[in-house]
Design a protein around this ligand. Sequence first.
Ligand SMILES: Cc1cc2nc3c(=O)[nH]c(=O)nc-3n(C[C@H](O)[C@H](O)[C@H](O)COP(=O)(O)OP(=O)(O)OC[C@H]3O[C@@H](n4cnc5c(N)ncnc54)[C@H](O)[C@@H]3O)c2cc1C
Length: 388
Amino acid sequence: MRAVSRRARVVIVGAGPQGLTAAVYLVHAGVDPSDIVVFDPAGAWLSTWRRSFGHLKIENLRSAAVHHPHPQPYALTEFARARRRASELHHTYSLPSTKLFDDFCSHVIDSMDLGGSVRRDVVLDLGPDGAIETQSGERLAADHVVWATDPSLPAKEHQPGRSIRSWDDVDLERCPSRVAIVGGGLTAAHLVERAVEAGAHVEWLTRRPVVLRDFDTDPGWLGPKEMDGFLAEPDPRVRLDRVLAARGGGTVPPWMMNRIARAERSGRVCRRVGEIAVADSDRGLSVSVAGRRVHVDEVWTATGTRPCVSSAPPLDRLCHMMGAERISGRLVLDSSMRVSGSVVHAMGRLAQLQLGPTAGNLAGARRGAEAVVGAVVGVEAMYALTSI
Ligand SMILES: Cc1cc2nc3c(=O)[nH]c(=O)nc-3n(C[C@H](O)[C@H](O)[C@H](O)COP(=O)(O)OP(=O)(O)OC[C@H]3O[C@@H](n4cnc5c(N)ncnc54)[C@H](O)[C@@H]3O)c2cc1C
């Protein structure tokens, strides 16, 4: 790597919810926003998150209002109350509307002076001492680097074909009349709703019966009930087994299933359960489920992704260089979320072996950010947190 041209106290790679939570926690703990540099190809906070929610027209989050990028659990609820928007906290667990959550994040970004922190650039190289090189040729030396790009691979490989599309690649404006949607999680359920709304008949295909669950992970994992035993386990392979068991496959909250049930009763959705095979030939596209064949115009998949460090080449190379242990694509990190022997911290699903099954969502982001802040400003400073 060439000589560095400037120093930064903290560089955050990726401006999604994980990167934003890290930045907010750092500023809240006293780090000057001008000492934080964030790189993201979109050049803006939360671009992937906002694109996904907009694409699927998701009305509310699945997670409760206490989960968001600010250290104070009730900051979002107070924000809603102060603006007479408490009616945007939905269902039993106060799930914030997408708009409320977005507005809250924008408010936090502005009030923390983080609006100008994101540079439109991609990190291409990374040294254990925090030396960074970007696509635009910028070279920095950071005291700490926080890697928060959610590198992943598809959970299941699907037979490629002209009519098989991933959920984030489908054109809902030009929805064909017969669609098969594969996947048993909430993203698949949102897609089913959107396709029905666009006038399609939907075959909703899942390998096992749809599992109903309010949250993607049992709330016991948010506190000591599950985390104490997890953190007491020294073997990262056993930790991985616990993460996989806790997450299971995709699940759908009851409030969404009630909506799909209405579409089923109207005959617009047909649910089929079993092993799924897709045949794309000159005679057209068909899917067979448990031996029954159905003709469709397109197959849409929402079968999830799995974390994999090899999808983030700079971090992957650093791990190789440091001899860092990787298990099934996840990283074995120290208690400050660092790749051992380096100043590089990892957040999000890559950190599941340290943070447990909620590592990739908003709740895990806060736990990861706490650990990173502890390393950057010293643990004591965490107790001096003040409100916005
Ligand atoms: C449809 C959907 C709904 C969800 N709803 C919820 C919910 O309600 N509650 C919840 O807790 N979780 C939810 N999640 C899960 C999780 O919180 C989100 O997936 C979240 O976006 C993950 O945040 P992230 O920061 O890890 O990744 P991302 O949001 O993907 O952000 C990573 C960023 O890194 C950038 N990047 C990649 N490579 C580089 C590089 N080399 N250099 C610089 N930048 C780079 C990317 O462009 C991207 O902007 C949902 C997920 C999905 C898909």
